[in-house]
Design a protein around this ligand. Structure first.
Ligand SMILES: Cc1cc2nc3c(=O)[nH]c(=O)nc-3n(C[C@H](O)[C@H](O)[C@H](O)COP(=O)(O)OP(=O)(O)OC[C@H]3O[C@@H](n4cnc5c(N)ncnc54)[C@H](O)[C@@H]3O)c2cc1C
Length: 465
């Protein structure tokens, strides 16, 4: 169905993007063969780094003409293989389109190119007293284009929502090469179907995003972080439900099992407080009035202790806070260090079901004789489950991963949840789509994909089984 990349195609790409932005050397292309999924790799035939929407358009027109697949790529930090070129062809990297174009103080909007690193947006708007809340744990290295394509979330989703709640405008290039502009600096807009929301989370299968307008908030003036250790894993999970039941919505409620923080300790070679605790919550409260934040903080502290917390450690200064969050953000890297072969899941359930989910995951792990480490965004019901290979023999591990995965998915679905909360379907979860969605939904989605991309050149081998 697809054609290979010929010398003439490489030459045409050089004409479009310039000699230095087209890579064909295997060593130079190596970083583009994978994302952050352990063990998934595929070789592109050529990598092209676009620097404008016009170039993206010309590249897609060329790919259409010659029927070569194109895999869009941001920073390659994905956790579902979305940017891995599983059908070969062209990697279309957006990394060079990395300018913050405008911070509009009057409309509280920022306009960016897709390759901007998310933390750079945070820094730039915070310097102006503004706030872009979505904060994936990978924010120091993932791109905003990748966040839009994945519908990325982060710890602050509990209170502030996820990427899709902030995108007001998009410029995108259709697989035909046509450039479209959806929305703009508009807080409301109901003109026709909402293509912005359709493109968000479409994982690079419908269009290539080339410009993004994001809504901003005023930066909260007060922030307090609490690290709460527990001797009982279930007590920490129950606290999450307890806090929400008291009508308090913290900015974050992160959950971490002991093994996750101990892996971080090993990586950082630093001792963390209460290192023998079974589980921890990392809770952030924020607001504009110190009295209001303090009142919530007192109540949350009491609730934690009532649920059996060993202590409530408070971080009010930036240095202590940064240390806590550094530890949280390093968990995935630390677990990869501890067990270089591992498997990560990203299920989400209604947040009140978190205790049942965590209990069920431990039962599945016990049944299969495997070590799981759970951590993640407990406040919004999204738990990351790391299944570690440790010293399990290869053959047994290969049989075990699909069985454990399916068990975890069935458990999450039975609790009214979904198989992925923020990492996407990509290449790694696509065979499970029929487990998660009705046939009719999958058919409608296929129809949408085919309406955008009848020749299926854009990111094939993703989402659909
Ligand atoms: C340590 C770690 C922590 C993480 N924490 C979180 C977290 O808290 N929350 C969360 O949601 N995710 C998290 N992730 C996953 C990952 O960072 C996000 O999925 C992020 O959105 C990926 O962005 P990227 O730029 O690296 O995208 P890539 O990996 O390059 O691409 C991801 C997908 O987006 C598509 N794509 C990229 N750019 C474009 C574009 N301009 N137009 C169209 N399609 C495009 C690609 O084709 C691919 O399908 C984490 C990952 C790691 C490694």
């Amino acid at each position: 169905m697809y054609q290979g990349v010929t010398r003439a195609i490489v030459e045409a790409l050089r004409e479009i993007a310039g000699e230095g932005e087209v890579l064909v050397d295997a060593e130079e292309m190596e970083p583009y063969t994978h994302d952050e999924v352990v063990g998934l790799r595929a070789d592109p035939e050529v990598v092209v780094r676009a620097t404008s929407a016009h170039q993206v358009s010309e590249i897609l027109k060329l790919a259409q003409r010659v029927r070569v697949p194109v895999t869009p790529r941001g920073a390659g930090m994905g956790l579902s293989g979305g940017a891995v070129p599983v059908c070969g062809g062209i990697i279309l990297s957006l990394e060079k389109m990395n300018r913050i174009l405008e911070i509009d103080q009057d409309n509280l909007m920022v306009t960016v190119e897709p390759g901007v690193i998310v933390e750079d947006i945070h820094r730039a708007v915070e310097a102006e007293g503004l706030f872009y809340p979505p904060d994936p744990a990978s924010l120091d290295s993932c791109s905003i284009g990748g966040n839009v394509a994945e519908g990325a979330g982060g710890p602050r989703a509990v209170k502030y929502g996820v990427t899709q709640h902030y995108v007001c405008g998009l410029e995108a290039v259709l697989p035909s090469g046509e450039i479209i502009t959806c929305g703009g600096k508009l807080v409301k807009n109901v003109t026709g179907y909402n293509l912005i929301q359709l493109l968000i989370g479409s994982e690079g299968t419908l269009a290539v995003v080339t410009k993004i307008v994001l809504r901003l908030l005023p930066l909260p003036k007060v922030r307090v972080d609490l690290l709460v250790p527990y001797d009982d894993f279930q007590a920490a999970a129950d606290t999450v439900s307890g806090i929400i039941a008291h009508r308090i919505v913290p900015a974050t409620i992160e959950f971490m099992e002991r093994d996750s923080l101990q892996a971080v300790e090993k990586l950082l070679q630093k001792e963390l407080p209460y290192r023998d605790a079974e589980a921890y919550l990392l809770i952030q409260l924020d607001g504009n009035r110190p009295e209001a934040v303090d009142a919530d903080f007192e109540l949350v502290g009491e609730l934690c202790l009532e649920h059996g917390a060993r202590d409530v450690l408070v971080a009010r200064d930036t240095r202590t806070r940064d240390r806590l969050w550094e530890a949280r953000r390093l968990i995935i890297e630390a677990l990869n260090h501890e067990s270089p072969v591992n498997h990560m899941e990203d299920v989400v359930v209604p947040r009140a079901e978190i205790p049942m989910l965590l209990k069920g995951i431990k039962q599945i792990a016990e049944r299969h004789g495997v070590r799981t480490v759970c951590f993640g965004h407990a406040g919004d019901g999204n738990v990351h489950v790391n299944v570690l290979k440790d010293d399990i023999p290869d053959g047994r591990w290969e049989a075990l991963v699909p069985a454990v995965t399916e068990g975890i998915y069935r458990l999450a679905l039975s609790l009214g949840g979904a198989i992925t909360g923020e990492h996407g379907v990509g290449a790694t979860r696509r065979q499970y789509l029929p487990l998660a969605l009705e046939r009719a939904q999958i058919e409608v989605m296929r129809g949408i994909r085919d309406a955008f991309d009848p020749n299926r050149i854009l990111n094939p081998g993703k989402i659909f089984p």
